[in-house]
Design a protein around this ligand. Structure first.
Ligand SMILES: C[S@@+](CC[C@H](N)C(=O)[O-])C[C@H]1O[C@@H](n2cnc3c(N)ncnc32)[C@H](O)[C@@H]1O
Length: 240
């Protein structure tokens, strides 16, 4: 990341954590923390040997309290999940679920997702979720939005050809912003053909906490599934 990007705008801490949650952060988090400096192993696809037989790697950016991530991890035991979230209270919620439900296929990056996106090898992630990212509604704050040309470049680089990039928001203007940026991106496409494709989500798309609140308050959610285009095969045999 260049220096101008170094700021993370969200909260890192909320109210004081109970001792049980503090213990999870102290004891369990270090065991599940992804070694960001050493991710070359993920370049082997499928990453069977290096990742204990998992057939794919899926990534969630900004998992909040982790409901969606935990449900996906349960439903897809052969997939290794990486969750990114800098908010300590949210991480402790996910850790509690992981411990109580004995979920074994989740690793955590407890920092800014941009750092992880920069560290992952090319074409190493089979699906990426960005669900209800902070909308930063004020015009002067829009540059804080996670969807930006730079982050879409990062996402496109790490996704395998044909991979899904799932995005959801309850903010109509952020939905339009995202669509515009994705359509402008050469490596991503939006294969939707009818309104049902963004008004309703796929059956394998568990609800998030933010989504539940938005729906309860009568806001309309939009669900977009983008796709990583196939890389062109270059004449020297390398893909680009
Ligand atoms: C509005 S909340 C939504 C949380 C969750 N996805 C949900 O739907 O309930 C946005 C989340 O993104 C996280 N976030 C913001 N910037 C981030 C970044 N640069 N990297 C990773 N997570 C980020 C925030 O900490 C927050 O938990």
């Amino acid at each position: 990341m260049d220096r101008s990007e170094h700021v993370h705008y969200g909260r890192r801490r909320g109210r004081r954590l109970r001792p049980g949650r503090q213990r999870l952060l102290k004891d369990l988090l270090p065991r599940l923390r992804l070694p960001v400096g050493d991710l070359g192993v993920l370049a082997q696809r499928p990453p069977a040997e290096a990742f204990c037989g998992y057939s794919d790697v899926w990534l969630e950016v900004g998992f909040g309290q982790g409901e969606h991530l935990a449900a996906q991890a349960h439903a897809n035991p052969d997939t290794l999940f990486i969750g990114c979230e800098p908010y300590v209270n949210g991480i402790s919620s996910l850790l509690r679920t992981i411990a109580s439900e004995e979920i074994g296929n989740v690793l955590i990056h407890d920092d800014d997702a941009r750092v992880l996106l920069e560290s992952l090898p090319d074409a190493s992630v089979g699906r990426l979720f960005l669900l209800f990212p902070d909308p930063w509604p004020k015009r002067r704050h829009r540059k804080r939005r996670f969807v930006s040309p730079t982050n879409l470049d990062r996402i496109a680089r790490i996704l395998v050809d044909g991979a899904e990039f799932r995005f959801a928001t309850d903010h109509a203007e952020y939905a339009r912003w995202t669509l515009r940026h994705v359509i402008d991106h050469a490596a991503l496409e939006w294969p939707a053909t009818r309104p049902g494709d963004w008004r309703y989500k796929a059956g394998d798309w568990p609800e998030t906490r933010y989504e539940r609140k938005a729906t309860a308050q009568g806001r309309t959610c939009v669900y977009m599934t983008f796709r990583r285009r196939a890389r062109a095969v270059e004449t020297d045999g390398q893909s680009g």
